[in-house]
Design a protein around this ligand. Structure first.
Ligand SMILES: *Cc1c(COP(=O)(O)O)cnc(C)c1O
Length: 424
């Protein structure tokens, strides 16, 4: 956590005091470190140095903030998008359409048309019918759409069931057993330039052997396609590398991942594509929050903070751990629950955990929330949509405003018939 560190007893993001950010912007607020984003992007690229032909695309769903995307675009990253909205985010962040791949199991006609018109570089097809439709949409525009077929290698990702994607029971991709026949039919379509395959078996993966199994299955499939006479020039290896949320966890470094990829793909002779999300952004963000109350509890006190499950959904969704730390730590710790104000027991960030002792009004952070943090935020309980700040050295800027509940109210309407026909 080099980019989030103590200076004179106050937690800083790079050279910016989080106490100052809280005073200036209010809480809760996400704070990202530009240095941490750049470092992660460069470490990932460096890990792949032995791979000559490659394209790295950031999985926008992990953090779609335009400033984050702009920064990663400057690092040479493209974008892995899963919706028209993410395409617009990436374009607004200055990324080029040709550097984007469009993944996702439910692209609508309208989204495919928008992506074709924008010139998105590659469509990752999830089923045969989608390829047929894309071909006809492209043809109608006098284009051929670059595409790869997503295969489902039926391997476990060893991760939380809600973020596992590569088992045959999951909704993603075409089962390898059927993919050969599907590929053969799609390769003949006039509106498609089918140039390879894609896979992505899940997220927060800690065991390289599981990724290696999937990649070997992909390699075997590429050989089978070539034996049939297909030209295969691109293989998209997806994302999924995990990060340590807890100091006791250990995850493979990008260099170890790169070495594995190089070993497994040595004779593939393709352009390899990568779609890291969490690995790039997770450690680059904290959620800054203020303690509202320390409420006595049956077993231990409840630290009630002003951030809630609507701001950071991962604990409620996946029982995820996020390290909680005071901005001005004393040396004292106590056992406590940490929870938000939302009216659900699931709005709990920590249970009976030993944490920095805090009292009403203190500032604290949840660490490792730069990925799947703000991107999953909602306004549940009619709460404000959480703002975001980007720090770079001594500077910082608000890169997403707090959307107050009053603004949300503007989009709601009372029908006349409801108001006029109130019971007498
Ligand atoms: C979510 C997703 C990613 C990114 O996953 P991470 O675990 O964040 O690296 C990449 N590709 C696809 C198709 C995805 O759905």
């Amino acid at each position: 956590m080099r980019f989030f560190h103590d200076q004179s007893g106050i937690l800083h993001a790079e050279n910016v005091s989080l106490a100052e950010v809280a005073q200036d912007v209010g809480t809760p607020v996400y704070v990202y470190s530009a240095g941490a984003l750049r470092a992660a992007a460069r470490e990932f690229r460096a890990g792949l140095h032995g791979i000559a032909r490659k394209h790295i695309a950031f999985a926008v769903k992990a953090n779609p903030n335009v400033a984050v995307l702009h920064l990663l675009g400057n690092e040479g990253f493209g974008a892995d998008i899963v919706s028209d909205g993410e395409m617009r985010q990436a374009l607004a962040g200055g990324m080029r359409a040709e550097d984007m791949m469009f993944s996702g199991v439910g692209k609508t006609d309208g989204e495919m048309i928008a992506a074709l018109d924008a010139g998105v570089g590659q469509f990752n097809l999830e089923l045969e019918a989608e390829g047929v439709l894309l071909s006809s949409l492209a043809q109608a525009r006098g284009k051929r759409a670059c595409a790869v077929l997503r295969i489902n290698p039926d391997v476990a990702a060893g991760t939380h069931p809600k973020i596992s994607a590569g088992r045959s029971a999951n909704k993603f991709g075409v089962p390898v057993g059927e993919a050969g026949a599907v590929y053969r039919r799609l390769a003949q379509l006039p509106g498609l330039d089918l140039r390879g395959i894609a896979l992505h078996i899940g997220s927060q993966i800690g065991d390289l052997a599981l990724l290696e199994d999937a990649y070997r299955a992909a390699g075997a499939f590429v050989r089978a396609l070539r034996a049939e006479g297909h030209s295969v020039t691109h293989v998209d290896l997806g994302g999924g590398l995990g990060v340590a949320y807890h100091s006791a966890e250990h995850f493979p470094a990008p260099a170890a991942y790169g070495a594995m990829v190089q070993r497994v793909t040595r004779d593939w002779d393709v352009t390899l594509m990568f779609e890291p999300g969490r690995l790039i952004a997770a450690a680059a963000g904290v959620l800054l929050t203020r303690v509202i109350w320390v409420k006595p509890g049956a077993e231990c006190p409840h630290v009630i903070v002003d951030a809630a499950m609507n701001d950071l959904a991962r604990p409620a969704l996946y029982d995820a751990y996020h390290h909680f730390a005071a901005v001005r730590p004393t040396r004292h710790q106590f056992g406590a629950n940490v929870a938000g104000p939302v009216c659900e027991s699931g709005d709990t960030f920590a249970k009976a955990r030993s944490i920095d002792a805090v009292t009403r009004g203190d500032l604290a952070v949840f660490h490792t929330v730069g990925a799947y943090g703000a991107s999953m935020a909602s306004t549940y309980n009619s709460r404000a949509l959480v703002p975001e700040v980007l720090v770079d050295g001594d500077r910082y800027s608000v890169v997403a405003d707090r959307v107050e509940q009053g603004q949300a109210l503007l989009r709601q309407h009372l029908p006349n018939w409801l108001v006029e026909h109130a019971p007498a």
